[in-house]
Design a binder for this molecule. Structure first.
Ligand code: COA
Length: 270
């Protein structure tokens, strides 16, 4: 449980540059409070304590302005930025590493029982005020623009904007979408990787991302098996990747230390 709470906090740092420290995140991020209260509500719902589950969900809405039905299924590292005005319906399904901004509705368009709310696959980002209505899938790594109203499936990696939602950017194929999702997960600028780099470099990084994805999937399976056997091996955190590791930028303190230790080289016309 604490491991999942830790990764929830980490995902705030990864996706909100305004987050300064853990205490601030713990106290001032209603999206985090809503996700944690939803876990309690969902557990009660699954254990058939339906009314209590609705009460917890209602208290959460009262505290955060975020309404998540206790029946909704939500994956790991779900991040709601700002919160307020979010509605997530009973049969909505949300994958891992999904981000929602304020004012988003994952709603239904019929009063029939059964699946009537959308499914968001891994790495989907939904902009402020967007409405996604109906029992269809928004594919992995897709983006929905702010204030869009989407009533049809969105392919993996595509971007949908406007009313009604239309696709403005489509990745070449699903492999590209998976690469983008993995690149974002480990802190790369996903667009830089696939579109702006010279071909051989982009291909090599693409292959590495595919490999990482396969290793990631296998590790997750092994961790589940180990945890089921009672091991706490997977409770340990992986080393954190920082943006400057990729950009080759040293922390300011390190640059200052190197500058002090290295006498200035004489210039050609000195
Ligand atoms: C949809 C989105 C992800 C697209 O980003 P992008 O891939 O960088 O796309 P661009 O900004 O290059 O825009 C591409 C085109 O879509 C249009 N567009 C972008 N976002 C749009 C939106 N929300 N609604 C309608 N059109 C939009 C742009 O005007 C542009 O049109 P053009 O090609 O005719 O000039 C982004 O605009 C967005 O809405 N992000 C959500 C951000 C948000 O909600 N933040 C909340 C912070 S509190």
């Amino acid at each position: 449980m604490f491991e999942r709470m830790r990764e929830d906090i980490q995902s705030v740092f990864h996706r909100d540059p305004a987050a300064r420290n853990t205490l601030e995140v713990l106290i001032c991020y209603p999206g985090l409070h809503a996700v944690w209260l939803h876990r309690v509500a969902h557990w009660l719902w699954s254990a058939d304590w339906k009314l209590l589950a609705r009460v917890v969900s209602h208290i959460s809405r009262w505290l955060t302005g975020i309404e998540i039905h206790p029946g909704a299924k939500i994956g790991r590292r779900f991040f709601i930025d700002h919160g307020m005005g979010i509605v997530i319906g009973e049969t909505a399904k949300i994958g891992n590493d999904v981000t929602l901004y304020h004012g988003v509705t994952l709603g239904g368009t019929s009063w029939n029982k059964g699946k009537r709310h959308p499914t968001l696959e891994d790495g989907v980002i939904v902009g402020a005020g967007a409405k996604i209505l109906g029992p269809f899938t928004v594919g992995a790594g897709a983006k929905v623009g702010s204030n869009a109203v989407v009533t049809r499936p969105v392919p993996a990696g595509a971007t949908a904007v406007g009313i009604p939602g239309r696709i403005i950017a489509k990745p070449d194929d699903e492999q590209e979408a998976r690469r983008k999702a993995m690149a974002e997960k480990i802190g790369f600028d996903a667009y830089g990787v696939s579109e702006d780099m010279p071909d051989p470099v982009a291909r090599a990084i693409g292959q590495l991302l595919d490999h990482l994805q396969a290793v990631d999937g296998r590790l997750e399976g092994m961790c589940k098996a180990l945890t089921a056997l009672g091991s706490d091996y997977c409770a340990k955190d992986l080393p954190v990747l920082r943006a400057e590791d990729f950009a080759g930028v040293k922390p300011e303190s390190a640059v200052a230390a190197v500058d002090q230790a290295t006498p200035a080289a004489p210039r050609a016309n000195d």
